[in-house]
Design a protein around this ligand. Structure first.
Ligand code: SIN
Length: 533
């Protein structure tokens, strides 16, 4: 028997949790499905904070302008304005849940500054904002009787009327509908069938298409892949944001050194100890991220160095320990005292600006399927996300989505379909796992080498060929073997990589985060790239 819920939420970061909470408060029975432990999400690792207008010296127009400039001509201004203007109301709700942003005094918050912002406007909880938000939301969610959380639940795929042959194979997306999902219980190996009238994708990004990323291991593009397989178009997937400053180490894990450190005056230096950002942009270290990451990449390629330096030694120990406690300690663990030593830094994959196409109500073109947070492409980020706009977007869109789903549930008829059980492949051969691990490494290396910060058409074609070969091998596994998380993640990563490359090949210009040596100039024509299944 399938289990029944009104709403399934896939993912337990700021987007998924705040959407689930709102929906439950509106009276709906909600299931949150999360791949690992409920607190494991990209949100948990967000250091910077939430960009939101709260200060008397700031205003909405300035925040809109900064977002549009960073987005390099590709933001949807109406979306930008709505999200920015709605921000203070949504942030107030977080504060009401008990979240305490760092203050200067009783009257005022400490506001951080990051690249591309013309004002100090980032609300933060020291350098652990994401963790504090996650803690506040989890406590509210776990205390709500209408919310059930399934940990270690991996959504294999969405179930739609089309897949059930309940609408014609050639039906339009608008005639199709989501009716549930197959979910692998990672601990027991059983695939469960969950029946639902609406599904919210809040599964985050896809940093793990690259070997070096700030993202936790859950970021394997699952939501994008399952939406695409359900027939939903994706947009602007070529815009991968590489964070300019992550802590260089021998491990592929990249610990984030928040842009807020540069906001407090940190300087970038090459291996000779010289500053170089002035040669690239008037805004120097606080230029938007695409500019800084490209400059670092160029400097590293020129000198052949494995990293550059970030110098915050003009600030004293007391200030640094209080403002950046987790960065201070992570560096100290590597023998670096940031008040005295320069920090070795390199860029790493950080954020996906494109994703599943949605409108301002978080609706995708497939009825019943919604998306919010990093998985979605609303038009806010354009070609390059302004720092700390993502938590803001997630909060606002989760709220818009909850209101839209509430209306949808008022109109839609309950599912009357008997959902078929999952049928697993026959084979289970642990020896073959090595192939999955090997293919995973090969994919990430190809993406790093050929679809990185600086691209060419030839490199993109090279990546495309490798992805094609790996995909055909992994698809064979998928149909014949018992499903397991590693196989499912690789299948999703391969599809997402293919979508990134397809979008990158469509863009015959350099704009924002997409830079190609074959088309170094920005085109007059402003277009979104998309892939329609
Ligand atoms: C950072 O703190 O630099 C990251 C914040 C963000 O990605 O918006």
């Amino acid at each position: 028997m399938a289990e029944n819920f009104e709403i399934l939420v896939i993912g337990s970061g700021i987007a998924g949790l705040s959407f689930a909470l709102k929906s439950a408060q509106l009276g709906h029975r909600v299931a949150i499905i999360t791949k690992k432990h409920q607190a494991e999400s990209n949100t948990n690792y967000a250091q910077g904070g939430i960009a939101v207008v709260t200060s008397a010296t700031d205003d909405f127009d300035l925040h809109v302008r900064d977002t549009l400039i960073a987005g390099d001509g590709l933001c949807d201004e109406q979306v930008v304005r709505q999200i920015i203007e709605e921000g203070p109301r949504r942030v107030k709700e977080l504060i009401e849940l008990g979240l305490e942003f760092t203050r200067i005094d009783e009257e005022s918050y400490s506001l951080g500054k990051e690249g591309g912002h013309s004002r100090r406007r980032i609300l933060h909880v020291a350098d652990m904002t994401g963790k504090a938000i996650e803690t506040a939301l989890l406590s509210a969610v776990n205390n709500h009787p209408k919310i059930t959380t399934f940990e270690h639940g991996f959504v294999v795929d969405l179930i739609t009327l089309k897949k059930l042959n309940q609408v014609a194979a050639e039906a339009n997306l608008s005639e199709d509908r989501v009716v549930g999902a197959y979910v692998l219980d990672v601990l027991s190996g059983e695939v469960k069938t969950l029946n639902a009238q609406a599904v919210m994708l809040a599964s985050g990004g896809a940093g793990h298409v690259y070997p070096f990323t700030t993202n936790p291991s859950i970021a394997t593009g699952d939501g994008i892949a399952m939406a695409y397989r359900a027939g939903v178009p994706v947009q602007n997937m070529e815009f991968i944001q590489f964070h300019p400053t992550t802590l260089y180490s021998n491990s592929p894990k990249r610990f984030l050194i928040s842009e807020a450190v540069r906001g407090e005056g940190a300087l970038l230096r090459n291996l000779e100890g010289d500053r170089f950002m002035d040669a690239y942009d008037d805004r120097s270290e606080l230029a938007p991220r695409d500019v800084v990451a490209r400059a670092i990449d160029e400097e590293m390629k020129k000198s052949g160095s494995a990293h550059l330096w970030l110098d915050i030694t003009h600030q004293d120990d007391v200030f640094l320990k209080e403002r950046f406690p987790s960065i201070y300690n992570a560096c100290l663990d590597q023998g670096i005292n940031i008040s005295k030593d320069w920090i070795p830094v390199v860029p790493a994959a950080h954020y996906l600006c494109g994703g599943v196409v949605t409108n301002l109500d978080a609706e995708t073109p497939l009825p019943g399927l919604y998306a919010c947070g990093e998985v979605a492409c609303t038009g806010l980020h354009g070609a390059n996300r302004l720092a700390s706009n993502s938590l803001l977007e997630a909060l606002v869109m989760a709220n818009n989505g909850a209101e839209a789903v509430n209306k949808f549930l008022g109109k839609v008829t309950a599912n009357i379909f008997e959902l078929p059980h999952w049928v697993d492949g026959e084979m289970s051969d642990p020896d073959e796992r090595v192939v999955i691990i090997h293919n995973w490494e090969e994919l990430r290396k190809a993406m790093w080498d050929y679809v990185g910060i600086v691209r060419t058409t030839k490199r993109l074609h090279r990546a495309q060929k490798r992805i094609e070969n790996l995909s055909s091998e992994i698809n064979e596994y998928y149909w014949n073997f018992k499903v397991e998380p590693l196989l499912l993640e690789l299948r999703n990563l391969l599809l997402v990589s293919e979508l990134i490359v397809q979008c990158a090949l469509q863009r015959k210009e350099s704009r924002g985060l997409h830079y190609t040596l074959d088309y170094p100039a920005k085109s007059e024509e402003v277009v979104n790239t998309s892939v329609i299944p």
